[in-house]
Design a protein around this ligand. Structure first.
Ligand code: AOS
Ligand code: ZN
Ligand code: ZN
Ligand code: ZN
Length: 430
């Protein structure tokens, strides 16, 4: 049974306002692109096949460690979060999957939850485990670590939680387990670097052993926070070494905010792909650290360069190419639905721009050491405004030409403010 939250009539009415202008812009861009031998419809068809998952936790207002400022009508549980994610997908048509986090999204009936998601036009993406905070009634604390803890019973508890997440994910139809641990230290000397990694690897291998054949374990590295001196899986080096040691089903996940400042993330992407270990992304943007700002809001060029490597990787699949794309943002000052609509559009646009790169010209310039023309091959595509392609693909798939205007027309948040109970105050989640 379909239970879609936004009426098709509302989208059609909103689109009627913009349809003529879109046709004109699409035709003009089509003529411009055809002068360089690009078929705009072929690009549009690739865009139609593109998708990025949204995080269940992103549907709520995020927060900082200082405060969280909830908004009226914010979702209070996984059911309401799914509804909001369905709104995002209905309007954008590029976010058909939701990535759940446990135990935050715990319910008693996962078969029922899967059906509920299906009725909203959604499926489930990677399952995320949580061993970075304690839960009420939990036997062991994660205060000094989880998979790498010096306490055997704590490591065991963390392993069992991850295995439970796999079990839940099987019922939800997921095939990836994303593991980010907060394990690390705040003081030099606090832990032995080698022995803590040994303990992590031993525990992670127990989780790995429980993976079904068609599953992957995505290791998410992070340089700092909450640990501020060292972390166990601190960078892509530690991540790929761990993934290589664990086995072929272990891959690396790149969260764009989890690197040292100014690090060349697009090169990391190329390296991970070269060794068959590129598992997925958490898209967001940052100015200073793991700021979890909206994708492309600070440095859209970096996001484009990442997609340039992804398109390049897809053309040279090496050990296969199947990265899982997901948004991981903290929406502290916006309506989360609006942020994810805008971010999904930005991410898709970077993908579309990367498709426009004249790869033949780029490769020829690279081989001939023609630096300026190589750079120009990338720059030319970056400078194209691909908005008409994205909007046209979306509208043809039943989505809105102007996603934010249609969302505001729907008065979704105002309506939910009447129906949903207010969320509590307090520090948010990172
Ligand atoms: C933490 O910094 C990471 O980005 C993780 O992906 C985390 O599980 C997620 O952000 C939810 O807090
Ligand atoms: Zn992340
Ligand atoms: Zn993060
Ligand atoms: Zn982040």
């Amino acid at each position: 049974m379909s239970n879609l939250p936004i009426s098709a009539e509302l989208i059609a009415e909103a689109n009627a306002r913009d349809a003529q202008a879109l046709e004109e812009d699409y035709a003009a861009l089509g003529r411009k692109l055809s002068r360089t031998g690009i078929d705009i419809d072929a690009i549009k068809n690739r865009v139609t096949g593109f998708s990025v998952a949204v995080p269940s936790w992103g549907a709520g207002r995020g927060g900082t460690r200082f405060a969280k400022f909830p908004i009226a009508g914010e979702p209070t549980n996984i059911h309401e979060k799914l509804e909001d994610c369905a709104v995002i997908n209905q309007l954008s048509r590029v976010t058909p999957r939701v990535s759940p986090h446990f135990p935050w999204d715990k319910v008693s009936d996962y078969k029922g939850l899967r059906e509920e998601a299906e009725s909203l036009g959604l499926g489930f993406d990677a399952v995320n485990s949580n061993t970075f905070q304690d839960q009420p009634g939990q036997a062991q604390t994660y205060a000094t670590g989880s998979l790498s803890s010096t306490v055997e019973a704590t490591r065991q508890q963390a392993v069992e939680h991850n295995i439970e997440c796999i079990e839940i994910g099987r019922q939800l139809g997921s095939t990836d387990l994303t593991v980010w641990v907060g394990d690390g230290t705040n003081f030099p000397g606090q832990q032995d670097f080698a022995r803590s990694l040994d303990r992590y690897l031993e525990a992670a291998s127990q989780v790995y052993a429980a993976l079904p054949d068609d599953w992957r374990m995505l290791l998410e590295h992070k340089m700092f926070e909450p640990a501020f001196y060292s972390t166990v899986i601190s960078d892509w080096g530690s991540s790929i070494l761990a993934a290589q040691e664990l086995g072929p089903k272990a891959k690396c996940l790149v969260d764009l905010g989890h690197h040292a400042p100014n690090v060349n993330i697009e090169q990391i992407v190329a390296r991970l792909h070269r060794f068959g270990k590129l598992g997925g992304f958490h898209f967001n943007d940052s100015k200073y650290g793991d700021d979890d700002l909206d994708s492309g809001s600070i440095n859209p060029h970096q996001l484009y360069l990442v997609f340039n490597e992804l398109v390049e990787a897809e053309l040279n699949p090496r050990d296969g190419f199947n990265p899982s794309y997901m948004i991981d943002q903290s929406h502290n000052v916006t309506d989360p639905i609006e942020s994810m609509l805008s971010s999904a559009e930005t991410i898709t646009a970077c993908f579309a721009k990367a498709l426009l790169v004249d790869r033949e010209a780029l490769h020829a310039a690279q081989e001939g050491n023609d630096t300026m023309m190589a750079f120009q091959a990338l720059r030319r595509a970056y400078n194209v405004d691909v908005a008409p392609i994205i909007a046209k693909a979306r509208a043809e798939a039943g989505g809105a030409i102007d996603v934010l205007a249609a969302y505001r027309d729907s008065q979704w948040r105002e309506r939910k403010a009447q129906e949903r109970k207010p969320v509590g105050l307090g520090a948010g989640i990172v």
